[in-house]
Design a protein around this ligand. Structure first.
Ligand SMILES: NC(=O)C1=CN([C@@H]2O[C@H](COP(=O)(O)OP(=O)(O)OC[C@H]3O[C@@H](n4cnc5c(N)ncnc54)[C@H](O)[C@@H]3O)[C@@H](O)[C@H]2O)[C@H](O)CC1
Ligand SMILES: [K+]
Length: 483
């Protein structure tokens, strides 16, 4: 299992969009949901029972419109709360149009004062599902009261209308069902209800939660009322024998949306690093490479940042290695650890939350077991992540991300990306995402976005990609393909 045993509203949207990316449309899922709902309704209804289906204007209502088609043998009436022109989604509207052309009895009610029930035996509550926001508004509020007062068996589709599946709480006046049929997975709050809950399999493709796909981009948010600082400040610590790597990581963090990125490098190369871009804020520390005297000042600086990227271009000198060890031992924030800095991770005790980004060779040097197929390797990645208490992002043709509990696989990227520097881009992008997201989603999206940026370059130019080509594709990969 990769997502939790219960799905919140946002996770459902992600799974839905990932299912679509894997070739199963939301309309197909709605068809299965409506079919499954009809099965439960048949279970509670006698052959001559009157069934009232009350549908809202979202996809929860859409599920019920499908169910009505499957219940053709019953005395069934569908009430749409609101104007058909205001139906919120194409797939719900298509199902409404199909019902209207059929022999199923339909009516629309826009005004709460007109809501009534004709003494039904069974009421199907499909007014609101996981798309609820805030307190119940009219006409839903009155309809919920009327349904609760009716002497009928009430079956809620997905969740009782009024259950906020993001918070797991019931709004005042929420429908009190006798049964619930929920789709794909339980939702937060359902287990607190008195009513029996059935989970219906609606054919979400296996892999929609496992693979990192386009739907995962829904975790990214940049609301109109955002303020400077909302998207985090990132500190890149790197450089010494190499100058390009820290500059590349820092620029990638900027492209991935961090508000502010500082890059701490040895003073001897500070000018050269600054020369890569006027967007960089360079913070030199004394010397030609990272050594013990820089550790305390860097820890102070790091404490003022939301995340740290540690490693790009540091090199593998013994003095640097022990400085990295000291730094990690006393750091308590979130750090993306890459390149030579990875060597110390297995031996260091730290309270920091680490995201380690090894390639396969580095993964094995850290103690990971290799495997010829990626499914087995994914298990080995999870094992090492659990052992280290860190999140691992193991780079390869399929990137494997695990925190020891959940494991994801990202399949973006292409053979053109074996060129030097793409790892620095990945570290920077992941560092920026880790400034606002938890480690597992940050690493998963970092892998997906960097790989997708590489795919966009190759789609445009063919192979012959260099790492700097990725930079301006990072925002495209993050934002222009968000479902
Ligand atoms: N993967 C799955 O599990 C699938 C689930 N399906 C069903 O889709 C709904 C969620 O649909 P969505 O369109 O996102 O939202 P809703 O239908 O729940 O509601 C939107 C609708 O409600 C209005 N509204 C919102 N808040 C309130 C309020 N407080 N008071 C009154 N009205 C409100 C809003 O304006 C919209 O009109 C999910 O639950 C499943 O049933 C898919 O069919 C298949 C895949
Ligand atoms: K409902």
């Amino acid at each position: 299992m990769t997502f939790g045993s219960e799905l919140t509203g946002r996770e459902i949207a992600i799974v839905d969009a990932n299912a679509a990316a894997l070739g199963v449309t939301r309309k197909q899922l709605m068809e299965s949901a409506g079919n499954a709902a009809a099965g439960v309704i048949r279970d509670v209804a006698d052959a001559d029972d009157r069934i009232e289906i009350v549908a809202g204007r979202g996809n929860n209502g859409g599920d019920a419109l499908v169910a009505a088609r499957f219940l053709g043998a019953y005395d069934c009436r569908i009430t749409l709360l609101g104007d058909p022109d205001d139906i919120g989604t194409d797939i719900a509207r298509e199902n409404w149009d199909a019902l209207e052309r059929s022999t199923v009895e339909t009516r629309t009610i826009g005004d709460s004062t007109a809501f009534d029930l004709s003494d039904p035996d069974v009421v199907v509550d499909a007014m609101l599902g996981t798309g609820i926001s805030g307190a119940l508004r009219e006409p839903v509020a009155t309809a919920a009261d009327t349904i609760n007062a009716a002497d009928a068996t009430v079956v809620s589709l997905d969740v009782p209308s009024g259950l906020d599946a993001a918070a797991g709480t019931l709004a005042e006046g929420a429908v009190r069902p006798d049964r619930v049929v929920t789709f794909h997975k339980p939702k937060p709050g359902l287990s607190d209800l008195d009513a029996p809950i059935e989970v219906a399999d609606i054919g979400v493709p296996p892999g929609a939660e496992y693979f990192v796909e386009r739907g995962d981009l829904l975790r990214l948010d940049r609301p109109a009322d955002s303020h400077k600082g909302d998207f985090g400040e990132v500190l890149v610590i790197g450089g010494g024998p190499y100058t390009g790597a820290p500059a590349l990581a820092a620029q990638s963090a900027l492209r991935a949306g961090a508000d502010l990125v500082r890059v701490a490098v040895p003073a001897a190369i500070a000018d050269e690093v600054q020369g890569f871009s006027e967007n960089l804020i360079v913070r030199p520390f004394d010397g030609t490479q990272l050594t013990a005297p820089a550790v305390d000042p860097l820890l102070d600086l790091a404490a003022d940042h939301d995340s740290v990227v540690l490693g790009p271009g540091l090199g593998d000198a013994e003095a640097t290695r022990s400085a990295v060890e000291d730094l990690l031992a006393d750091f308590e924030g979130t750090a993306v650890v890459d390149a030579d800095a990875l060597r110390v991770v297995p031996d260091v005790e730290t309270d920091a939350s680490l995201i380690c980004t090894p390639h396969r060779g580095e993964f094995e040097r850290m103690g990971g077991r290799d495997a010829t197929d990626w499914e087995t390797r994914a298990e080995h990645v999870a094992d090492l992540a659990a052992e280290l208490g860190a999140t691992l992002l193991v780079k390869g043709p399929a990137d494997i991300i695990s925190d020891g509990e959940s494991t994801r696989v990202s399949r973006t990227g292409n053979p053109g990306m074996t060129v030097g520097g793409t790892g620095d881009v990945l570290a920077g992008v992941t560092g920026a995402l880790a400034a606002t997201l938890d480690p597992l989603p940050a690493a998963s999206l970092g892998a997906y976005v960097t790989g997708r940026a590489g795919d966009l370059v190759v789609e445009e130019n063919g192979y012959g990609l260099v790492a700097t080509d990725l930079l301006d594709r990072v925002p495209t990969a993050m934002w222009s393909e968000r479902p």
